[in-house]
Design a protein around this ligand. Structure first.
Ligand code: PMV
Length: 332
């Protein structure tokens, strides 16, 4: 009753922002993403009668039983227990190899790894579609971290989300020249976590209906552009879609402004360099980090220029990464 999984984080190319159903974690629109080779979570789950209560350790630190994150993880474990028809308590240990909750989609890799390890440890034999659905119920973006390469999460129509899962568009090796340069601008825990932030946007942003009307189509188009491996179209749409999402965040009451001065400085530079012929595009999520998309041929020139921007604390280059998997080495 013990298993360990490794799931990689993903960055959305067209975003998920807003739910149509909270309980089933169903999105208003489909989304697309690239799984990252460099950033991942490893999670070990053990179900055993020796545990009197669920014990959760994140990056070596025990989580307080009454913390919000602790509660969310316990609820997810309850879901797995319900599916497996067991009531056994667990020990969970999870490590991220990147900063938690700073806009690097730690919830995506974290909940995907928890779902995969938890399901296996509970004796459930789930296929990729079922694992994506289970992960979705922990965190929407986690549904996309079960698959590798380029991925689409289908909006679906079913009221209980049976058709809302993620599937692969392209294998990682099919577009291995694609680069996602992650520029770390700040690693402080953010004020608005995505779950609360998107609920507040849906409730108060006057422009949210515009997002709802257009985001589904953006994702369908993006899926086609990815299949065609049309970098210019992918980059242009990813940038536009990210700006549209941030436009709804900024016009939420109270405002949700994730950008730092360095975030904006990078955005200006990318646009300027593009005019000069160096092709790259930016995207941002629920944090100040800027992810810059380019092709392998422009990677070194871009990194050289990005290194000259003082506010950037760290630059990490990611390629399309692998699907989530069960690994043999346990964390405890
Ligand atoms: O699934 P969550 O709660 O981590 O929300 C993800 C929200 C964004 O990162 C902003 C967009 C996305 O599709 O990943």
């Amino acid at each position: 009753m013990k298993a360990t999984a490794q799931a990689h984080s993903n960055i959305a190319l067209t975003k998920y922002w807003g739910k149509r159903d909270k309980k089933w974690m169903l999105p208003n629109n489909g989304s697309t993403s690239m799984t990252l080779d460099k950033f991942y979570t490893q999670t070990t789950v053990e179900f055993d009668e020796k545990y009197g209560t669920d014990e959760i350790i994140l990056n070596g630190e025990k989580m307080a039983a009454d913390s919000k994150e602790g509660k969310e993880i316990r609820e997810h474990l309850d879901l797995i227990r319900e599916m497996a028809g067991i009531s056994t308590k667990t020990k969970v240990s999870s490590n991220n190899n990147f900063p938690t909750a700073a806009g690097l989609a730690s919830s995506a890799s974290g909940l995907a790894a928890l779902s995969m390890a938890g399901a296996k440890a509970a004796g459930l034999n789930l296929d990729k579609k079922e694992l994506s659905i289970l992960s979705r119920r922990g965190s929407g973006s986690a549904s996309r971290s079960i698959e590798g390469g380029f991925v689409q999460w289908l909006r679906g129509e079913d009221s209980e989300g049976k058709d809302s899962f993620a599937e692969q568009i392209l294998k990682p090796e099919a577009w291995s020249e694609f680069r996602m340069i992650v520029n770390i601008v700040g690693t402080q825990q953010k004020k608005w976590k995505s779950r609360a932030g998107m609920a507040q946007t849906v409730a108060t942003c006057p422009y949210y209906p515009m997002w709802k009307e257009t985001a589904q189509n953006d994702s369908e188009q993006m899926t086609e552009f990815i299949k065609q491996k049309d970098f210019t179209k992918v980059g242009e749409l990813a940038e536009f879609n990210a700006l549209k999402m941030h436009a709804t965040m900024i016009t939420t009451q109270p405002m949700i402004l994730y950008w730092q001065p360095t975030t904006v400085e990078i955005m200006h530079n990318i646009a300027l360099w593009r005019e000069e012929g160096l092709e790259s595009y930016f995207t941002m999520d629920a944090g100040p980090q800027v992810k810059v998309m380019c092709l392998a041929k422009d990677e070194s020139e871009l990194i050289k220029r990005l290194h000259e921007i003082k506010g950037i604390q760290k630059i990490e280059v990611c390629k399309p990464g692998p699907a989530a998997k069960i690994i043999e080495e346990h964390l405890f």
